[in-house]
Design a protein around this ligand. Sequence first.
Ligand SMILES: NC(=O)c1ccc[n+]([C@@H]2O[C@H](COP(=O)([O-])OP(=O)(O)OC[C@H]3O[C@@H](n4cnc5c(N)ncnc54)[C@H](O)[C@@H]3O)[C@@H](O)[C@H]2O)c1
Length: 255
Amino acid sequence: MSLLATHIAVITGAGSGIGRAIATGYAREGARVVLFDINADTAAETADMIRSAGGTADSFALDVASRDACFALAREVAEKIGQVSILVNNAGITRRNPFTADTEAVAKDWQDIISLNLNGVFNMTQAYLAPLRATKGRIVNIGSIQSFMHLRTPSSAAYTTSKHGVLGFTKALAAELGKEGVRVNAIGPGFIETNLNATARATNPALVQTFLDHTPLGRSGKPEDIVGPALFLASDLSAYVTGSIVMVDGGYRTV
Ligand SMILES: NC(=O)c1ccc[n+]([C@@H]2O[C@H](COP(=O)([O-])OP(=O)(O)OC[C@H]3O[C@@H](n4cnc5c(N)ncnc54)[C@H](O)[C@@H]3O)[C@@H](O)[C@H]2O)c1
């Protein structure tokens, strides 16, 4: 029996990297996947890949920072596809400007990153609350090592704040929704090779090396490394797990 048979799973940021890998993994385990991305083309590409492999996928353009758009699409998904029982809040961006950089640039980073990485998680969770409660659903939020610490490698205070917020939100919702059977957990990826850090990888090998020097497993991660933990948290394998964060960081946070 497939791990996610009968489930309908919404995944945000599913056009690339970690979101694409999770969507593909969920579809392989029998879920009907509903893919959202601000980039309609890449989301459609993921859906095509999944359908070619025999899975069931639909894709939609969505900016998760727009609360109205999240609610409008939730109504459309309910009508056209059905009751969503798994929500993966994955869409996110980062920037690498220090707080002491140009004031306007830092203020824009703050606005953009909090709107997407934190408010987007809130918008999506509220928009799908009714079906998730009705199905005793599961929420998987994508945090980070930066849910716990600010990295010494260049990053932004806004990103660290947003990912701390994602973990706080995960715990608060787990406490509030647990009695209804809705489980809320997070994944904390380490350095995963995706578009998010493609420029840094191409132009700043020293930054990558700093990460690897601190990583017991001695390598960077691939999007596929996130799939097993994401399946675990969305499936009955984790029936007694809520409010937790599974670190998928090669051991970075333990040393
Ligand atoms: N790659 C890493 O090393 C790493 C580490 C820790 C956490 N994360 C987190 O993992 C998540 C996925 O990142 P990734 O590495 O796969 O990056 P990615 O850039 O490959 O994918 C992010 C996806 O989100 C989409 N997106 C951007 N803005 C959006 C919006 N407003 N609405 C909807 N979709 C939007 C992008 O189009 C893209 O397809 C993010 O939350 C990121 O913070 C990544």
